[in-house]
Design a protein around this ligand. Structure first.
Ligand code: ADP
Length: 523
């Protein structure tokens, strides 16, 4: 019918706005590399390129029992991790919700003593023997005096702390500001590791805060420990609520380290000649010189609480993709010439024709469409897109959506998801190219052989660990990334085949444990 043709044409027009062609990808890759370089040289650059003081990645042979805690948002997680030394591990964990009055307490003591108490409870429950023997040894020691020496077995702990910190050592970092609902003024400017250690010591727990951990670094370490093969992982990347990446850089390229005042630069272990750098790539191209911009991107940003900031993240991550789709859909709904979600029983020539969207639908509200809906629509293979229509009905208050409605929504959702994957490829390509991991261009440009021909040597693999719901659940996200990587001349078909991408689960647990282990070796 003319109606469904008008709808299909409108959906195709909107989907086309999200096309992100190869030449734009290539421009963005070069700008990404430029901003990476700038961040390595100067403090306060668009991309922060934060030195993490972690100077080695694991190879899977690491062994031992470690602890990790994760303060990220609503929950505090405590775990112990047994690394078996054969790329496998066992993990025990507990989780508590942070009470609201503690998130907004007057003093750091209230928060950090709460955290220490959770660590104590965890030890008593899951490591009772270790805990009691420690208490016993301490008792003997205080009875027999200073001369008496008995080795106290102390757990090394990795502290995943997902707030902005100025790090100055592997277990040293001062809080820049609180986010995500936390607000304890007194903590700002203080070393969060020292604050946690003080409260752990007050409870006499056998625990040493050995490392301050960013979740992307945890992902990189976890992947490097568990990945098959002997080559270490190059990059850990998160595509979840937000997006960010950490990679292995040559120490000599992080020139801002030597420029930093020695009190900020801290102690650098230079034995490996490398250091993991936390890119904070969510802020890539905040000035919008290369990123694609649709009217939906523009209004999303303008109405966000941080306009002009995290511009890359606003096109790539789970927190925003649903909102982009919601804005695109609502534009079509408002357009009277496009019959999206229109009520068939009403008079279509009437400008006031009614819609099938209920008045209280979250589609009318900012952030009202969850990114998981993109996965449902894009991956819907059911007859007449039943899954999409059911979700619209059950979750979004759209009754009696037609197959044509669902098809229009699917087309736009797929375009937004695909653009996000192709933008993700920009970040991955930039890291792979700038670190020179594929060798000189001549080594990879000889693409006379067909893809699928020669076996790839294990030594030639460039390993990447990823985590986050988007990369885990959005249909074909990795395949779209790969397609884009092949379109980058410096990577090409041969380079893309050498890139191995694997999910790294439990980054904040096993990853933090591995950083604690590395910290023990260095310190
Ligand atoms: P976090 O990054 O906070 O650790 P996740 O990796 O689970 O947690 O990411 C959560 C984000 O992923 C949310 O923005 C959510 O909307 C989105 N999300 C959840 N499920 C899916 C899905 N099936 N497909 C795509 N995105 C999803």
């Amino acid at each position: 019918s003319p109606h469904s043709m008008a709808l299909a044409a409108a959906a195709e027009r909107v989907a086309a706005e999200f096309e992100y062609p190869a030449e734009q990808i290539n421009r963005a890759v070069h700008e990404f590399i430029r901003e990476m370089d700038e961040g390595l040289e100067t403090q306060g650059a668009t991309m922060s390129q934060i030195p993490t003081y972690v100077t080695a990645v694991p190879n899977g042979t690491e062994k031992g029992l470690y602890m990790a805690v994760d303060l990220g948002g609503t929950n505090f997680r405590v775990c112990s991790i047994q690394l078996h030394g054969n790329s496998t591990f066992s993990l025990t964990q507990s989780k508590v919700k942070i009470p609201h009055d503690i998130m907004t307490a007057k003093t750091s003591h209230e928060l950090f003593s709460f955290l220490a108490k959770q660590i104590e409870a965890f030890l008593k429950t899951h490591h009772e023997e270790h805990y009691t023997s420690h208490v016993e040894k301490r008792r003997r020691q205080s009875y027999m005096g200073k001369a008496y020496h008995e080795e106290l077995e102390v757990f090394s702990l990795g502290f995943t702390f997902s707030f902005p910190v100025q790090q100055s050592g592997i277990n040293k970092g001062t809080l820049i500001r609180w986010t995500k609902g936390f607000d304890i003024q007194e903590t700002i400017g203080k070393d969060v590791c020292a604050l946690l250690q003080k409260e752990i010591d007050a409870l006499h727990l056998p625990v040493r805060v050995a490392a301050l951990v960013n979740d992307t670094v945890g992902t990189l370490m976890a992947r490097s420990y568990t990945s098959p093969g002997k080559t270490g992982t190059l990059l850990g990347a998160i595509f979840g609520t937000g997006t960010n990446g950490a990679y292995v850089e040559k120490l000599s390229r992080i020139t801002k380290l030597s420029k930093m005042a020695s009190k900020d630069a801290g102690d650098v272990d230079d034995s490996t000649g490398e250091m993991i750098v936390n890119t904070e790539w969510g802020s890539f191209d905040n000035h919008l010189s290369v990123l694609p911009v649709t009217p939906y991107d523009r209004s999303l940003d303008a109405e966000s609480n941080n306009p002009g900031i995290q511009m890359f993240e606003k096109r790539v991550s789970g927190m925003f993709l649903g909102e982009i789709l919601r804005r695109a859909i609502m534009d079509l709904v408002r357009d009277q010439s496009v019959p999206l979600f229109s009520d068939e029983h009403s008079n279509q020539n009437d400008v006031h024709s009614t819609t099938n969207i209920h008045d209280d639908s979250s589609l009318y509200k900012q952030w009202g469409l969850d990114t998981s809906f993109l996965s449902i629509a894009s991956g819907d293979n059911s007859v007449g897109l039943k899954a999409t229509r059911q979700t619209l009905d059950n979750e979004y208050g759209v009754s009696a959506a037609s197959a044509e409605d669902a098809e229009a929504v699917r087309l736009i959702a797929s375009a937004i998801g695909k653009r996000a994957a192709r933008l993700s490829a920009v970040a991955i390509a930039a890291v792979v190219i700038s670190t020179g991991k594929l060798g000189a261009p001549k080594d990879i440009a000889t693409t006379t052989t067909h893809a699928g021909d020669a076996e790839i040597n294990e030594d030639d693999i460039v390993d990447i660990g990823v985590d986050g719901s988007l990369v885990e659940f959005y249909p074909n996200f990795e395949e779209y990334i790969r397609e884009a990587l092949r379109e980058v001349p410096e990577i090409g078909v041969r380079g893309e085949r050498r890139i191995r991408i694997g999910i790294a689960k439990d980054g904040s647990g096993v990853g933090a444990a591995l950083i604690a282990l590395v910290a023990d070796r260095v310190g």
